[in-house]
Design a protein around this ligand. Structure first.
Ligand SMILES: N[C@@H](CCC(=O)N[C@@H](CS)C(=O)NCC(=O)O)C(=O)O
Length: 372
């Protein structure tokens, strides 16, 4: 059987999600930087025309673009092995998948782009490696890097918000550190869909770029160990007394995990509400003409306030594409399980996101997200 080809890069946030999944699932894969002729000529046209990573060629030669779709493909094949089977754990695991995709972008981008003294040469090397070879390679790499630097501000990390972004991140690191000193993964002895979602910002950016990596190693070794563990094929749980490789029994959600989610809710909830309002207004202006069209990365600017600081951030429909999976899961539970999940989300200050929706759903067509 041919290995899976994973087009991606160590530097790329979103590649971290399927890479970790392949490692933990023991799947044979090769990571290839997306600069080959084959990528441009054969893969990109089958990936909706987008040069985005992660994109894979499966063992059978199928092309799949998007980390979430890639994991869905293998979870289906592997009987949902990395999805907890109990309601609270599964609902929270799906929520962490949303948070990993969009809820940690501000600190991830801030600690990458706003510390040039520590990060600049590291980033320059990687951006060049990801750019197709040619006479103007360095120039092209710089253009892409500049676009990403601008995206950092677009996600709301600007001088007026730096102190807030740093405070929230340090508090989150501390809470994650406490949680990972009790259990090796979010829900016990085995990684979940939520772990794979969260490793995206925590490996590619926060657990690898020189500035945030050194901070994590110095201040929160247990969090650092989770990042390391997520990229190793063996369980790598030597420091824990319980090494059963199982999710916690009886749908347990440890208090330390509730503290993590409460911390994330501080900006995730107001941002989700503001982004939904912004995208819904935009949808109203578009009318039915938008049906079948590709969903763009951002469709406006969401404005919200956290601890008295005003934040403007790109309103991204992808957040709601993933959030709908949490909401759909919740909707089909029986009433006792719904109550248990609602109580948990309320305890975490996340209850609002169970009901924050877009007025038009998002589907997938030929490897692109499209408005339905
Ligand atoms: N929804 C996608 C997002 C992937 C993404 O934004 N990847 C970045 C690099 S980390 C990229 O290639 N962007 C260009 C594009 O997607 O066309 C996923 O979860 O895989």
């Amino acid at each position: 059987m041919k290995p899976i080809i994973l087009y991606g890069s160590s530097l790329s946030l979103y590649t971290g999600r399927p890479r970790s999944y392949f490692i933990k699932a023991g799947l044979d894969y090769r990571e290839v930087t997306p600069v080959t002729q084959r990528f441009s000529d054969t893969i990109v046209p089958l990936a909706g025309g987008r040069r985005g990573v992660p994109t894979i060629e499966t063992e059978e030669g199928e092309v799949i673009r998007d980390g979430v779709a890639i994991i869905d493909h293998y979870e289906k094949k592997r009987s949902n092995d990395f999805s907890p089977s109990t309601p609270k754990q599964l609902a929270l695991s799906l929520l962490f998948d949303v948070i990993g995709a969009e809820g940690i972008l501000r600190p991830a981008m801030h600690y990458r782009w706003n510390f040039p003294e520590q990060n600049a040469s590291f980033l320059q090397f990687h951006f060049e490696s990801m750019t197709p070879r040619g006479p103007k390679r360095a120039e092209h790499a710089e253009q892409v890097a500049n676009a990403m630097r601008a995206a950092c501000a677009g996600f709301g990390a600007v001088p007026e918000t730096f102190a807030l972004v740093e405070d929230l991140y340090v508090e989150l690191m501390e809470r994650l550190n406490t949680h990972f000193s009790r259990v090796p993964y979010f829900f016990g002895g085995k990684p979940s869909i939520g772990d794979f979602g969260m490793i995206a910002p925590f490996f590619g950016h926060l657990g690898r770029d020189p500035m945030p990596l050194s901070m994590m190693q110095r201040e929160t070794v247990r969090l650092f160990r989770w990042v390391e563990r997520m990229n190793r094929p063996e369980p790598d749980v030597g420091e824990f007394e319980v090494q059963d490789g199982e999710y916690l029994g009886e749908d347990e959600i440890p208090d330390s995990l509730v503290e993590v989610v409460k911390q994330i809710a501080i900006d995730f909830v107001p941002e989700t509400t503001a982004a939904a309002n912004c995208i819904n207004q935009w949808l109203e202006q578009q009318g039915d003409g938008v049906a079948g069209k590709e969903v763009l990365r951002g469709v406006g600017i969401a404005q919200f306030t956290v601890r008295g600081v005003s934040i403007s951030a790109l309103a991204q429909p992808f957040r709601f594409y993933l959030l709908k999976r949490v909401q759909d899961y919740y909707a089909q539970l029986d009433s006792a399980d719904q109550l248990a999940v609602l109580e948990l989300f309320t305890q975490c200050n996340m209850q609002e996101v169970l009901a924050t929706t877009l007025t038009r759903a998002i589907g997938r067509h030929e490897n692109l997200e499209v408005w339905q």
